[in-house]
Write a protein that binds this ligand. Structure first.
Ligand code: PMP
Length: 436
């Protein structure tokens, strides 16, 4: 009875999945590693919300920082003015990213960060008088949010179809996952850099001088935890440099410790020209995204010839609450040793993930850092149904997992302990054993 009687006016997220209305799973509170549902049941968070709560829920320092800021400075424009927390955060982010980038631009979401990065790429070439570079390249099975730019470079066919026409002049690299070869991989699967050479095929087709940027998720998250083969990202970097194409990493998921390093940039030791992030940036509290760019990109804008007027920004860019939340998040990362905890638990996590091998319907397991994809065999004619059944049973049993198609994705808050790993995989194994 505690559920709302009518869900009829609630249309979010915009999807044709009808299950939510039939059986809403309502979360009413969260603390540390656990949610509480509307019936008072504890649910272990195996997904960090939507990949966005590395420091655990209701982290006291972050809660206090946001509460304090809302009473002090509820809003301040960042057009032609600013506020100290926006500058303070920028400095701290430069430190956190080891000064690999020169500038950061604030958005309110990952989608906005992606569209901003694509716009910066297009405008960068124009600012340098290279107006012919307008093509963008994404990757099949990449997810880059729901803006028209992100949808266009994203690699989800049905979305591209449903919401088209999208941006013209977009190509997609093939995705890197080869089920037969990558099956049950730990860390980066083998078989080298030749997949990145697909970029040469696109370059040969269109000429490098027409291509503005390549955008990829270092590890594709939302579409099923697809880990690039060894050498792939390095080779992409080489090819982009060779052809004067900007390389953008979308680190909305892989940022803030998901791979046990500050960003995937550090894990793979490859430096893009721009990097987008969101989610963990504020520990999932106040919505915020960001685009990091190399200094040379920013400089090109400053040195753009007269006559090129550029404008891009959001009312809520650098919102004081988001900045306060993010500053506190970075402090918690340091004080609580979030990355160190992730690193020290990673081998235990990896073994736990691979303990699911051999259970009914499990056809692949992929894991890197503190993220895992467990792929189930689809029921013929009903793609996604088996994993969704697992999700529902898991929730009823007190663990939150995420599914995409027939892939279960796991990405817990990084403050977890061994006992949480035991609980998560103990319950998940039981669910999988009893699955039809
Ligand atoms: N890029 C990536 C890699 C993502 O995973 C997501 C969200 N899952 C986005 C962009 C979009 O972020 P948002 O939902 O905050 O707009």
């Amino acid at each position: 009875e505690s559920r709302p009687e009518s869900m009829s006016s609630f249309w979010m997220p915009f999807t044709n999945n009808r299950d939510f209305k039939a059986h809403p799973r309502l979360l009413v509170s969260a603390q540390g590693m656990y949610y509480k549902d509307v019936d008072g049941n504890a649910v272990l968070d195996g997904t960090a919300g939507l990949w966005c709560v590395p420091c655990g829920h209701a982290q006291p320092k972050i809660v206090a920082a946001v509460s304090e800021m809302v009473g002090q400075l509820d809003f301040a424009p960042t057009f032609q003015m600013g506020h100290p927390a926006a500058f303070d955060l920028a400095e701290r982010l430069m430190d956190y990213t080891n000064h690999k980038f020169g500038h950061v631009f604030y958005t309110n979401s990952g989608s906005e960060a992606v569209d901003t990065a694509l716009k910066i790429a297009l405008a960068y070439h124009k600012a340098r008088g290279d107006a012919g570079r307008t093509r963008l390249i994404g990757r099949e099975r990449g997810y880059h949010g729901v803006g028209f730019g992100g949808l266009s470079v994203g690699g989800i066919g049905p979305n591209r179809k449903a919401f088209g026409p999208l941006l013209p002049g977009v190509d997609h690299l093939p995705h890197t996952h080869n089920l037969g070869k990558n099956a049950f991989s730990r860390g980066e699967p083998e078989h080298g850099a030749e997949l990145a050479d697909e970029l040469e095929r696109i370059v040969a087709l269109h000429d490098a001088s027409t291509i503005a940027a390549v955008i990829v998720e270092p590890v594709a998250g939302s579409t099923g935890v697809l880990i690039p083969p060894q050498g792939y990202l390095k080779r992409l970097r080489e090819l982009c440099t060779k052809h004067g194409i900007l390389l953008i990493f979308d680190e909305v998921i892989t940022g803030f410790g998901r791979l046990t390093t500050p960003f995937a940039v550090d894990y793979f030791d490859v430096e893009p020209d721009m990097m987008t992030t969101a989610k963990g940036l504020t520990n999932g509290t106040v919505p915020m995204g960001a685009v990091f760019s190399k200094k040379f990109i920013h400089d090109a804008f400053m040195e753009a010839p007269a006559g090129i007027e550029l404008f891009h920004g959001y009312t809520y860019s650098g919102h004081p609450l988001a900045c306060a939340a993010s500053i506190a998040t970075l402090e918690v990362f340091k004080e609580q040793g979030i990355l160190e905890n992730a690193k020290s638990l990673q081998p235990y996590w990896e073994d736990a993930v691979h303990s699911l091998r051999g259970l009914p319907h499990v056809i692949d397991i992929r894991t890197i850092g503190l993220v895992a994809g467990i792929e189930l065999e689809s029921i013929p004619g009903k793609p996604g149904a088996r994993a969704f059944a697992a999700f529902k049973q898991a929730f009823a049993d007190g663990i939150l997992i995420r599914t995409t198609g027939d892939i279960i994705a796991l990405s817990p808050p990084l403050v977890l302990e061994k006992k949480h790993i035991d609980e998560l995989f103990g319950k998940l194994a039981a669910v999988l054993k009893n699955l039809d």
